[in-house]
Design a protein around this ligand. Sequence first.
Ligand code: NAD
Length: 340
Amino acid sequence: MATDKTQLQTVEKELNNLKEQIEDHNYRYYVLDAPVISDTEYDQLMKRLLDMEAQYPELATADSPSQKVGGQPLSQFSKVDHLVPMYSLSNAFNENDLREFDRRVKKDLGTDQVSYVCELKIDGLAISLYYEQGRLIRGATRGDGTTGEDITENLKRIGSIPLKLRQPVTLEVRGEAFLSKKEFARINQEREEQGEMLFANPRNAAAGSLRQLDPKVVEKRALDVFMYGLGHTDQQSLAAAHLPIEKQADIFSVFQELGLKTNKEVKVIANIEEVIDIVQYWQEHRQQLPYEIDGLVVKVNSFPQQQQLGFTAKSPRYAIALKFPAEQGISVIEDVIFSV
Ligand code: NAD
């Protein structure tokens, strides 16, 4: 019908406009490390896009930003093809979204027997480290999830990244590189004194620092890491070292044995209501942490269940990120200029 067609054209126009806006913000955030809107505002745009694509599936396209991870790798660095893709996370914004996630997981698994691991969502930059027989071979950014940037020389300058593990295992580990609130303030104060442009937030400062061509920049900035995930893994080498990783929670104990730094605030939870209590706790106490978090990540603990749930084009179905509302709005962001 004519009205339906006109209506669809209007929706398509709005959808294209929304996609263009999001692509532009992705470029500023992932490539330039210089966002011009807050993460909360960005998340609202993305939610609108997802809602519209769900309502009008005939207008959804494979190249939509709702289907893509991160941004393009910078051409100054060599490219690294990840042995296992680095995914993004789907988002929850409130308790009901978390309960809905729990319902979906149990329905897809066909069982109520599910335990979760609840981790802090560190507000930094995703990195991947590849160790061969215990030696650090390569370090990369996430990039578009399939291909990242080779930033090995920069990552080697981070004190908490071991060049050699305590056991000769072969594995790809994932985690977050970040700057503490104190170090972020120190860097910005130094920059202010030198009349240089200020960083908008610790995440952009960490990303900007790690994507510098001169590794000495990283040496001067006390970047840190928390490792929390696995990519490609040679299970035989882990078994030989008597360090099997059979569920999500094992990652933390095994990584510590290997000399990899992990976050201490990790909890194994038997039901989603307990996760909601933890969310409330961290919403009230996040200020007390020495580093920024932008939410919590909830992951199904069992690896076989994770496998059964699988992935969408962009994110695993066995995990969700509960995003906190932004602490600072765009008015604050606009006062600062973003550059390295
Ligand atoms: P995401 O930040 O929503 O979640 C995925 C990322 O979480 C992972 O890649 C990893 O880096 C991080 N993470 C931290 N702790 C983790 C843990 N314990 N376990 C697993 N992952 C952990 O997804 P994204 O694709 O990195 O970025 C999308 C988000 O970035 C948006 O939701 C928005 O907040 C922000 N963004 C903002 C702008 C802007 O203009 N302000 C633009 C693009 C993206």
